[in-house]
Design a protein around this ligand. Structure first.
Ligand code: GLC
Length: 432
């Protein structure tokens, strides 16, 4: 079974690899290079095609802007199967954007630092991989510098996202209260996603109006970070996003130490790290819920809902043992009934839970992958094992889907099929 699944996963990744040197998340629905997808994909590729794994990272980082920013989508290629494309986003509005590559003007969770560390763990030629890392690592460092300089407006160690697409958890119910504060125009546009996937599994038209409106505001100000911080109706400190930054900080410290002669960068990373972890625990923890939550910076309050992002700090060593116990308890109580696969993307006991709709409930393999390692690191071996086995079972039963129904009685795979990160991360889980 194991060998067969790995073989199929390798096939999915090979079919999705493009001649320009990157992997699309899946055919039709997502025809370009996505930032955090590329990171997860490079981990899977490292098991069977190191050269493509390196290319995956290189092509992403080649599109970095002069200010260190790495965009959420890089449009290396032409495609008319996706909206909104390069003509809508107009990254050239920003004076420091890449002159060579069109992209969006927003980013995605900063996974690249820890991805380089994973690639080194997996590679058998450690020397060769370290040499490669040496050619890329400063770009990742500059990306972290960008975040702390431009996205941490109160200099507290927590960075903001200005768009739900930056979170990676695009239509999570977490954002519903923010939409209530906005009243965007009804835009006239032709969606492409619902030509690939049933509309019941995707965001609504009205939700797209909100998404586009935030981008219009950013574009009016040429994607200027200061203006965005001042004016964007969506300004959130996201626990998943910040946990990824913190995990990547640690990875960069480890990698720079291995490479040697980078004292200044290491000491800066350690300063960021200390401040970020402290602020994270103070500001993003909710005692009543027993979980980390999002903080709505625009409206000055915590968003009091539990999602799979609430548990991602385990992956980054953020909670102390007491908090770790509390959040695992919350996970098991709300998300972990025997009739359910771990881990739904949103609280199954909430009225906002929808088991079929994208980030409003289904299980996602990338979150499960992080949770597996996080749980294991904190010694929750049985729960970690369950997350791993559930992930493998879902893919074995349903295929390499984008997301999965968490209800055992009603199981199914939804969204895009032959989805790259589901394939890539299952390869890793099957090897360990
Ligand atoms: C969806 C997901 C996002 C992912 C993208 C490409 O938009 O919400 O996290 O990066 O698809 O797979």
């Amino acid at each position: 079974m194991k060998e067969k699944l790995i073989k199929q996963a390798v096939q999915v990744l090979s079919n999705n690899f493009q001649k320009e040197g990157f992997t699309i998340p899946c055919k039709g629905l997502y025809p370009f290079q996505w930032k955090w997808d590329s990171g997860f994909i490079a981990i899977g590729l490292s098991y069977f095609n190191i050269s493509n794994a390196k290319k995956e990272i290189e092509t992403l980082l080649n599109a970095q802007w002069e200010n260190g920013f790495i965009p959420h989508i890089v449009f290396h290629n032409e495609s008319d199967t996706y909206f909104p494309g390069p003509d809508f986003h107009q990254s050239n509005l920003h004076f420091l954007s890449s002159k060579e590559y069109k992209s969006t003007g927003m980013t995605q969770p900063p996974v690249t630092g820890f991805v380089l560390q994973e690639m080194l763990r997996i590679a058998s030629d450690k020397e060769g991989m370290l040499q490669f890392i040496e050619t890329q690592i400063d770009k990742v460092y500059r990306n972290h510098q960008y975040f702390y300089k431009n996205r941490d407006i109160y200099n507290e160690g927590l960075v903001y996202i200005y768009h739900n697409w930056e979170s990676g958890t695009d239509n999570s119910p977490i954002w519903d209260d923010i939409w209530e504060t906005m009243n965007p125009p009804e835009y006239d546009f032709e969606r492409r996603d619902t030509t690939h996937v049933d509309a019941s599994q995707r965001p609504s038209k009205r939700e797209y109006d909100y998404y586009l409106h935030i981008i219009e505001i950013a574009k009016e100000h040429n994607y200027d970070d200061t203006k965005i911080a001042e004016l964007s109706p969506f300004l959130v400190q996201d626990p998943l996003f910040n946990a990824m930054l913190i995990k990547s900080n640690s990875a960069l410290i480890g990698l720079y130490t291995k490479l040697g002669e980078n004292e200044e960068k290491i000491s800066q990373l350690k300063k960021w790290q200390e401040k970020s972890i402290k602020a994270f625990n103070e500001k993003l923890y909710n005692e009543n819920l027993g979980a980390y939550v999002h903080y709505d910076l625009r409206n000055g309050k915590q968003i009091e809902f539990v999602s799979s992002s609430s548990f991602s700090p385990l992956f980054s060593g953020i909670p102390d043992e007491k908090k770790a116990k509390e959040i695992v308890n919350t996970m098991l109580t709300k998300f972990g009934g025997e009739d359910k696969y771990l881990c739904a993307s949103f609280d199954p006991t909430s009225s906002r839970f929808n088991p079929k709709k994208y980030w409003r409930g289904p299980v996602w393999i990338n979150l499960n992958w992080m949770l597996y390692y996080g749980l294991k690191d904190y010694g929750f071996i049985d729960v970690a094992q369950r997350v791993k086995e559930d992930s493998i079972e879902l893919i074995k039963n349903d295929g390499f889907y984008e997301y999965f129904d968490s209800r055992k009685s009603n199981n199914g795979g939804y969204g895009g099929s032959d989805f790259s990160w589901s394939a890539a991360l299952i390869i890793d889980l099957l090897h360990i």
